[in-house]
Design a binder for this molecule. Structure first.
Ligand SMILES: Cc1cc2nc3c(=O)[nH]c(=O)nc-3n(C[C@H](O)[C@H](O)[C@H](O)COP(=O)(O)OP(=O)(O)OC[C@H]3O[C@@H](n4cnc5c(N)ncnc54)[C@H](O)[C@@H]3O)c2cc1C
Length: 390
């Protein structure tokens, strides 16, 4: 082994501005996020003030247009920032990714007036967003959602229950997919609902295996009234908007997964060079060296895959298949790498005294959110072989 087992990740950043941005991110991570991560995750504390700080620092709107308060950064830069945040604390990295997902509909499909009215506060005005697609009886089969929005004069009245909402109950705005027409994908419309809307309430947060600091809750819409000016896109366009947001969001999940995996590898490497058995550091044993080599290779391959998809997106080319592949590969890699990191630490890896058990619990959720990895395989196969015949 070299003297210094853990090297900072070598980033490929396209501009001087992006390199400066990274210096700021690393400084914020070391000062405000990493030191509190283990304790606050244990206590189930959501670091709302960190999101305010990220917003004030221009880090909550990175991939969006500066005309509306965004950071004008290419996706390849934004995703590497997410990776860095998630390596320090997944609650923060994934929270930024979900916020970005919640902004996607309005930024991409809102009218000029809607964007001018709402986006600056969403992208850099301290607000926190949430994305409401899933329901208790529709997860993978999202197009079968039942939450209804009914026209009443110039308003829409929304009634139903959304499930698993990250930042549910704490968000300042919700991008909500609701049924305005008949069954199936074409009957769905998107709305921007303020967090303090009358008739909107959240259940107690779910008691999760990991990411305990990130609130996940059911949201009840009991006749929530929003003006038509808060409808995003055309009536019936909502599902297409939701899927387009998810293509980009999945890349965020892939980047977060690589952050979690990198954090686990770093822990495993430092432990393996310190810990001695049979009179030698355990990192001398080929059984572990090969395991560490495989972990590092999975991480590099995953990073290359999500960056390749991001560069397609930045070039304005189709990237849906590659985004599904990146989500699938990176989150499976994170599960494997974090599990192996626990193995490298032996009995200590199984205790809360070291971060690898937390990283392993966190990795699991990434194989589930924004389309399970079974659903990613379906998306990839459809691109390859066309739709399934019935
Ligand atoms: C911590 C957390 C945060 C979340 N945050 C949000 C959020 O902010 N907003 C939001 O809208 N949703 C959110 N979700 C919901 C998440 O997107 C869903 O959990 C996910 O889409 C799966 O839906 P489900 O849980 O209903 O599982 P189901 O769809 O019931 O799936 C159960 C199992 O069946 C498999 N399966 C289903 N259909 C098929 C098929 N056709 N072929 C093969 N296998 C299949 C699935 O892969 C899975 O293994 C979150 C979930 C969690 C756990």
């Amino acid at each position: 082994m070299t003297d210094r087992a853990v090297q900072p990740v070598e980033r490929q950043l396209p501009t001087e501005e992006a390199r400066d941005l990274f210096a700021l991110v690393r400084e914020l991570v070391q000062r405000e996020i990493a030191p509190r991560a283990a304790e606050e995750e244990d206590a189930g504390h959501f670091p709302r003030e960190v999101f305010t700080l990220l917003s004030e620092s221009g880090l909550l709107g990175l991939p969006y247009d500066s005309e509306y308060g965004g950071g004008d950064q290419p996706y390849e830069v934004y995703l590497q920032v997410l990776e860095e945040l998630a390596a320090a604390r997944l609650t923060v990295g994934l929270g930024v990714s979900v916020h970005s997902l919640a902004c996607h509909a309005l930024a991409g499909y809102g009218t000029k007036e809607q964007r001018t009215d709402h986006l600056p506060a969403m992208l850099g005005g301290g607000l926190l967003g949430a994305y409401c697609l899933s329901e208790p009886s529709s997860g993978s089969d999202a197009a079968s959602l039942r939450t209804k929005a009914v026209r009443d004069g110039g308003d829409w009245v929304i009634t139903g229950t959304k499930a698993w909402i990250t930042h549910g109950g704490l968000a300042d705005f919700y991008t909500v997919l609701a049924r305005t027409g008949g069954e199936g994908a074409r009957g769905i419309t998107a709305f921007l609902v303020p967090g303090d809307a009358e008739g909107l309430s959240a259940a107690a947060p779910e008691r999760k295996m990991g990411m305990k600091g990130s609130p996940t809750a059911q949201l009840h819409f009991d006749g929530v009234r929003v003006p038509d000016a808060r409808r995003i896109g055309d009536e019936g366009q909502g599902f297409a908007i939701a899927l387009s947001a998810l293509d980009s969001g999945r890349l965020g999940i892939a980047a977060c997964a690589i952050g979690v995996a990198q954090a686990a590898l770093d822990e495993a490497l430092s432990y393996a060079t310190e810990r001695k058995q049979f009179g030698r550091p355990i990192a001398d044993f080929q059984g572990l060296r090969f395991m560490l080599a495989d972990m590092a290779t999975q991480i590099e391959a995953g990073r290359a895959l999500y960056l390749a998809a991001a560069r397609l997106r930045d070039a304005g080319r189709p990237f849906s298949r590659q985004a599904a592949m990146a989500k699938l590969f990176c989150t499976d890699a994170a599960m494997r790498v974090t599990t192996d990191a626990v193995q490298v630490l032996g009995g200590y890896g199984y205790t809360a005294d070291f971060p690898v058990e937390r990283l392993m619990r966190e990795a699991k959720v990434l194989q589930i959110v924004e389309g399970t990895n079974q659903i990613q395989r379906m998306v990839i196969a459809r691109h390859l072989a066309g739709p399934e015949s019935r």
